[in-house]
Ligand binder design. Structure first.
Ligand code: MN
Length: 246
């Protein structure tokens, strides 16, 4: 996971960012909290995401993309805060056709918490029986929880899943014990209880909650590629160098 904590960018004509680069064998999930980012890829997909929006790109068999600050945001400057998660693909899906899901905040499944306590946005997976719109290749739960001060919210995932949270704004207490403050990432033990609860200590706390079923397959990660073997990584570089990613 990559995380850009709050950073104030000065105005600039030429948008900052990363020029065309390849990916293969996994998915990039970009979640915007502050600022705006613009995406273009070799499959002709184009998207701009701002506060609360998510972009889910399946690199699959291979794609080229660029990620830059959106032009108007760049010109004006301002606070920027983003998360990018790399979701691995099961071995059988590594060569899937590249795909792009635009998941704007407005279309996201929103679960209202009791007593006006806040909202849980279901990006992927399911919360309290409500499903997110993103399609995934293995079970993944990804939520943005917007919690008012004093709100308790409970979450439950199989304890075989890898489960973690990132406090994006504010401060929460986990299971009535541990405080996790802004810009802190916390990972649960796999033998922890299946259910945990968060209690917001600050008004307008935002917590990104991630939980996924482990693939239990060999991982070979090299630069922009995530494959299952060294031979597949070498092949990925050959494909990229011969222009197969577009
Ligand atoms: Mn990238």
């Amino acid at each position: 996971m990559g995380y850009n904590p709050d950073y104030e960018f000065a105005p600039r004509e030429n948008p900052r960012g990363v020029g065309a680069h390849p990916h293969k064998g996994f998915e990039t999930v970009t979640i915007a909290y502050k600022g705006k980012i613009e995406h273009k890829d070799s499959r002709g997909n184009h998207g701009i995401i701002g506060e609360g929006d998510v972009q889910w790109m399946t690199a699959g068999s291979g794609i080229m993309h660029q990620e830059h600050h959106e032009k108007e945001f760049s010109k004006k400057g301002g606070l920027f805060q983003m998360v990018q998660i790399w979701v691995n693909l099961p071995a059988k899906n590594k060569e899937t056709t590249p795909h792009y899901q635009d998941l704007p905040f407005k279309d996201m499944t929103k679960v209202l918490l009791k007593n006006e306590g806040g909202t849980v946005n279901v990006i992927a997976g399911e919360y309290l029986g409500q499903k997110g719109v993103a399609t995934t290749f293995s079970p993944v739960n990804l939520f943005n929880a917007y919690l008012n001060k004093g709100t308790k919210a409970e979450f439950s995932f199989p304890n075989s899943y890898n489960t973690a949270l990132l406090v994006v704004e504010g401060n929460v207490k986990v299971n009535g014990q541990q405080n996790v403050s802004k810009d802190t990432f916390a990972m649960f033990e796999n033998d922890a209880a299946e259910t945990f609860y968060l209690e917001a200590q600050d008004e307008n706390s935002i917590v990104l909650i991630m939980s996924g079923e482990p693939l239990n397959e060999p991982i070979f990660h090299y630069g922009p590629f995530v494959m299952n073997s060294e031979a597949q990584i070498i092949k990925a570089f050959e494909e990229y160098q011969s222009g197969k990613f577009g």
